[in-house]
Ligand binder design. Structure first.
Ligand code: SAH
Ligand code: SF4
Ligand code: F3S
Length: 442
């Protein structure tokens, strides 16, 4: 029996692709090894979103090279966005790699491995969805659903359009069938995945498939028995329309959380980033959310130190963050990526300026998130238990509908929904106790 090991870098798309790789490998008789040292097939599912992602992977590749020297029969495969961005060059730079493939070729993994000559082969066409493959889910009760692949936006800093190709949506019927199957297997929470989820469906008509848009899809998934929570990531502010915002108020399973990537609070920089919205338009989207779903958690992504970012531009990002009051944010230092437009911009920001701005931004985000989180103290929240708390294993950890991590004392099992009385809140997590009243009354 052959054994595989997969190391995953990057976003939820990659996590999900890895589940599909594992599912496929198991379907052709492979079993998962606990670590790369005991694996016959060492796979990396790579990311290239920032330079740090590349360097993290390089360190792992160095270890793999040593393993291959010690055990020459080991097969080393590199998939994902980094592989796609360097293509055949991977074999010139790293001759010990046996097979390389992009995100559009995951479905062919079994074929690569069973082909006669497994030496220095690259597969980089954009075709097929991982969504149609078997999967090995990390948790029985949570599932990812890939609703589209690729991205048609042209954000000037971003490598994803070149690593994931043009946007292609999956047919709504197939998605509904997939979620029904997951629900029948015990999944209660689904996360719909795409680079620009609210552009979902625009290409279906052209491909002769029944029309559907993102709001329709949400309603159809909400109607599936057993699905208690629906999340999605990421929407684009340009396409955040009233129908989707209203769906958060109207659909029982759709959670009170919207991740709305900002990138910058300066309209001038948003234009250079090719984000297709202004500061005002973004704030208008936030107002729409607050109007229909007042308690909604809003989180975001922000880039600091984009080429040409002046102190004035940055001050606008800070003031926007203060104004919105985010429940949380992922903050990134701008990283020039190969073959992106922004990497060629002349006015790159100095490293120490980026670092200093990042510190100021993080301070504002954390203060805002801490303040926002206080609204939960004294409330009883519906929590989906994920397992033991990371810091204190005698306590439990779960997530509220607002996507807040909740650490609490209680007796529940992973996968159960419980009511938790929230007693305190920091910028990152809530703390509390399983509600006795709720348990006694069921
Ligand atoms: N499709 C999603 C995000 C994909 S990448 C969206 O548009 O929201 C996740 C985040 O990484 C982006 O939102 C952005 O904030 C960040 N990012 C992307 N490219 C980057 C780069 N070159 N440097 C720094 N951060 C980057
Ligand atoms: Fe990248 Fe922009 Fe597409 Fe997001 S929307 S994946 S940031 S190009
Ligand atoms: Fe995701 Fe990284 Fe690719 S963030 S889309 S795995 S470049």
């Amino acid at each position: 029996m052959k054994r595989y090991h997969v190391t995953t870098f990057g976003c939820q798309m990659n996590e999900h692709d890895s589940e599909r790789m594992k599912g496929m490998l198991e379907s052709i008789g492979y079993r998962e090894a606990p670590d790369p040292d005991s694996a016959d097939l060492i796979l990396f599912n790579t990311c290239s979103i920032r330079e740090a992602a590349d360097s993290r992977f390089m360190a792992h590749l160095g270890h793999a090279k040593r393993r291959k020297r010690e055990r020459p029969g080991v097969v080393i495969g590199v998939g994902g966005c980094w592989a796609q961005s360097v293509k055949e060059e991977v074999f010139r730079r790293f001759p010990f790699v046996d097979v390389a493939f992009g995100p559009g070729q995951v479905h062919k993994l079994a074929e690569f491995l069973t082909s006669d000559s497994l030496t220095a082969q690259g597969y980089f066409e954009f075709e097929g969805f991982t969504g149609e493959l078997p999967q090995k889910r990390a948790r029985d009760f949570q599932g990812w659903v890939q609703i589209s692949v690729g991205c048609n936006m042209v954000c000037s800093y971003c490598i994803v359009p070149s690593t994931r190709g043009r946007e292609v949506s999956r047919a709504a019927e197939d998605l509904v069938a997939e979620v029904e199957r997951m629900a029948s297997e015990g999944v209660t929470e689904v996360t719909l995945l795409g680079q620009n989820v609210n552009a979902y469906g625009r290409d279906l008509g052209k491909r002769g498939l029944p029309a559907a848009n993102f709001a329709d899809l949400l309603a159809r998934v909400d109607a599936i028995d057993g699905i208690e929570r629906i999340r999605y990531t990421s929407p684009h502010p340009q396409d955040m329309k009233e129908d989707v915002v209203r769906a958060h108020a109207e659909l029982g399973a759709l959670c009170e959380h919207i991740h709305l990537p900002l990138q910058s609070g300066s309209s001038r920089l948003l234009k250079a980033m090719r984000r297709t919205y202004t500061r005002e338009r973004y704030l208008d989207r936030v107002a729409l959310i607050r109007e229909h779903v007042p308690d909604c958690a809003i989180t975001t992504d922000i880039i600091v130190g984009f080429p040409g970012e002046t102190e004035e531009d940055f001050a606008q990002t800070l003031s926007l963050a203060e104004e919105v009051g985010y429940d949380g944010a992922f903050t990134f230092v701008y990283s020039p990526r190969r073959e992106t437009e922004a990497a060629t911009f002349p006015d790159q920001v100095a490293h120490d300026v980026k670092v200093e701005r990042m510190e100021r931004l993080v301070e504002v985000i954390q203060r805002g998130a801490r303040q926002r989180a206080q609204r939960f103290v004294g409330r009883t929240l519906d929590v989906l238990v994920e397992g033991p708390s990371r810091k204190d294993p005698t306590r439990l950890r779960g997530r509220s509908r607002h996507n807040k991590v909740v650490n609490f004392t209680g007796l529940a099992q992973a996968g159960e929904f419980v009511q938790v009385d929230v007693t305190s809140a920091t910028s990152q997590t809530l703390a509390g106790e399983e509600s006795l009243v709720a348990r006694a009354t069921g």
